[in-house]
Design a protein around this ligand. Structure first.
Ligand SMILES: [Fe+2]
Length: 246
């Protein structure tokens, strides 16, 4: 009987989507410049799925990483242009802006100091850590970001298994916002990531949520995430800041 109940619960349909957040501000839908969409046609498939889930504006954030993806404002602008041409061809009307997902590598501090970060909204900067170990100098770099007038947002804090609540609080204390990947709630990245995601939500530490969309599996997981009770908590009980970027 419990088995039957569980099955029914898993199939629960929901009558809401992501329209309350309006803006998805972390995605890899720009074609051909990182590990996300490969072609403008791939991008269109992903963008249609995001629109079906209620997203009204997309901020594309290609990786900027010295070792793998040396994207610049120029590579990003040219990819955006090819995407916009494809969207026009397909009669798809949705605002797309660009920023970047900056990797906290050995070049990041210098790029902060040079004022060379790609921003969204009111000078917000999305950045990510290594998945293996926390980089040194995090706090001094956050201080420098504040001094430069940047507003840091840590991408998917739940994906860094070496972090604990105190470390998150410390980083947040230095003015850093937190952006959760909504699909973490489905267990997409594993049980530990899901647990950290739930812990961060329980501690009211999430400021933004987004898809981190790279491919169609992420799109399916984004839809599945709506069935998670924590997604409901985020969408209805958490003062998320996504809308500020509309
Ligand atoms: Fe990403």
């Amino acid at each position: 009987m419990f088995g039957l109940f569980k099955k029914k619960k898993e199939r629960k349909e929901v009558d809401f989507n992501y329209d309350s957040i309006m803006v998805d501000m972390h995605s890899h839908v720009l074609p051909g410049i990182d590990d996300g969409a490969k072609t403008p046609q791939d991008s269109v498939i992903l963008i249609r799925k995001m629109m079906d889930l209620g997203i009204k504006k997309i901020i594309a954030t290609p990786h900027v990483m010295i070792d793998f993806y040396r994207n610049t404002p120029e590579t990003i602008a040219s990819s955006l242009e090819s995407l916009k041409a494809e969207l026009k061809k397909e009669n798809i009307d949705i605002p797309i802006e660009t920023a970047a997902e900056h990797y906290f590598d050995e070049t990041f501090e210098q790029r902060v100091a040079d004022g060379k970060l790609m921003t969204m909204g009111d000078n917000y900067v999305l950045f990510e850590f290594s998945f293996i170990n926390q980089p040194p100098n995090v706090i001094p770099v956050l201080q420098k970001m504040n001094d430069m007038g940047y507003k840091p947002i840590l991408a998917h804090p739940e994906r860094y298994p070496y972090m604990d609540l105190e470390q998150y609080k410390n980083i947040q204390g230095w003015g850093c916002s937190m952006q959760l990947n909504t699909i973490s709630l489905t267990g997409y990245y594993g049980k530990e990531v899901k647990k950290l995601a739930e812990m961060l939500i329980d501690n009211n530490m999430i400021d933004f949520i987004s898809s981190d969309m790279h491919h169609e599996k992420h799109a399916s997981a984004l839809k599945d995430a709506l069935r998670c009770s924590y997604a409901e908590k985020l969408l209805f009980d958490t003062p998320l800041k996504n809308k500020l970027l509309f």
